[in-house]
Design a protein around this ligand. Structure first.
Ligand SMILES: NC(=O)c1ccc[n+]([C@@H]2O[C@H](COP(=O)([O-])OP(=O)(O)OC[C@H]3O[C@@H](n4cnc5c(N)ncnc54)[C@H](O)[C@@H]3O)[C@@H](O)[C@H]2O)c1
Length: 361
């Protein structure tokens, strides 16, 4: 079997991890890189000599014959790349969030479906050992979860040289960039869809972000689980804290670190019992597993995970939180319009690629 030939688009902060993961991934060959920014291109070229680098995906596909593209660009302005990928018959692995609005993300999903283009979203937190173990806890003696407290408190210095800068000026950065992971995790771990969100977003006086860095939300899922959520990038202590405590029929599941520290206690236990987790390299092993699952899905060995269509439900939670905060009322995320084409046919921007499935399988 030949290796999956991949182009990476966007050579910023996130790509540094992806490039390491791709280099170590058996069955994947990095064919080209692309970024409109000269400094980003030069940096990537010096670190990965031998891999051609282009100004855009459109330019890259003129020169190399690839099977898939990894979009590691900011979520705003992906239209051209998605259109190019669909037109060139490239499967897409896109970083989260797919877009900064449900309507735009829905257009991308519709375009991919209309052109038979596999679209996976990079929800790497689903692939953490702690997430997999937490999900399994609920089918053990703890019993089913009923309510939870999910708290993510972080002083995120958005000016640090090694992290992206666009969240400093975008609308609702905490929700679109960070809570999207948390909302997706809740849906995944509780295996349930949200039916109501009552949220308040705000920006504390010391926040360096132009728009709200804080989200407080009460989220109800269709299996009855109610989550009390607090997320902030403007916590006023540089030491981050993470707590995800799920109250279940017979005890609690207790995650005390975003990347590990999982435990549980039955109601009368005097202390929390730690759940052993495998060794894990932060930002590497989760992405590597995600990429492996992408490859397996393209080979037809498993169903595609974290599909664009599924991701719309997490994006609806983000948008419902914004609307709820504006209106001061609870919102049903599933009730939000998925497309700007109300009731109409999906807008197909490019013709379906010919023989798209025959290139690599
Ligand atoms: N899953 C995670 O844990 C995680 C972590 C960090 C970032 N991200 C996501 O990764 C994506 C990229 O974030 P980042 O931190 O690398 O941002 P960044 O600003 O550091 O880098 C983005 C790069 O994309 C380039 N770019 C912009 N438009 C482009 C286009 N059309 N074609 C090619 N290149 C283009 C920019 O020039 C820049 O070099 C975002 O969606 C972000 O949310 C995910």
């Amino acid at each position: 079997m030949t290796a999956l030939r991949l182009i990476i688009v966007g050579l910023g902060a996130r790509s540094k991890f992806w490039l390491r993961v791709i280099a170590d991934q058996p069955g994947v060959t990095l064919l080209a890189m692309a970024d409109p920014d000269r400094a980003a291109r030069d940096r990537a070229q010096s670190e990965w000599p031998g891999v051609p680098v282009f100004r855009s995906l459109a330019e890259a596909v003129q020169s190399v014959d690839a099977d898939a593209v990894l979009l590691s660009t900011p979520p705003s302005g992906r239209h051209d790349d998605i259109e190019t990928a669909c037109g060139a018959g490239l499967a897409i692995l896109a970083e989260k969030p797919l877009a900064n609005s449900v309507a735009e993300a829905a257009r991308f999903v519709e375009l991919c479906e209309a052109t038979d283009t596999p679209l996976m979203v990079g929800l790497n937190f689903r692939y953490l050992p702690v997430t997999i173990a937490l999900r399994e806890l609920f089918s053990g003696p703890l019993g089913r979860p009923s309510f939870a407290r999910f708290s993510y408190e972080r002083w995120r210095d958005g000016h640090l040289p090694h992290i992206n800068k666009y969240p400093l000026t975008m609308g609702q950065p905490m929700l679109w960039e960070q809570s999207i992971h948390h909302f997706d995790l809740m849906r995944y771990v509780y295996d349930s869809e949200p039916v109501e969100i009552f949220a308040k977003t705000f920006n504390p006086p010391w926040s360096m972000y132009a728009d709200d860095a804080n989200v407080s939300a009460l989220i109800t899922f269709d299996n009855g689980v109610i989550v009390n959520y607090q997320g902030t990038w403007a916590a006023n202590w540089t030491q981050p804290q993470f707590t995800w405590r799920s109250e279940c029929a017979n005890g609690i599941a207790f995650q005390r670190d975003q990347f590990g520290a999982l435990g549980y206690a039955l109601r009368d236990d005097q202390s929390v019992t730690d759940v052993p987790l495998p060794d894990y390299r932060q930002w590497i092993d989760d992405a590597a597993l995600l990429l492996r699952r992408f490859v397996l899905a393209l080979k037809g060995e498993i169903a595609l995970e974290c599909t664009g269509r599924d991701h719309l439900k997490s994006l609806q939670m983000v948008q419902a939180s914004i609307i709820s905060s504006q209106r001061g009322e609870a919102i049903d995320p599933a009730g939000l319009e998925l497309s700007s084409q109300k009731g109409g046919r999906p807008e197909v921007l490019v013709p379906p690629a010919t023989q798209r499935t025959s290139k690599w399988q």
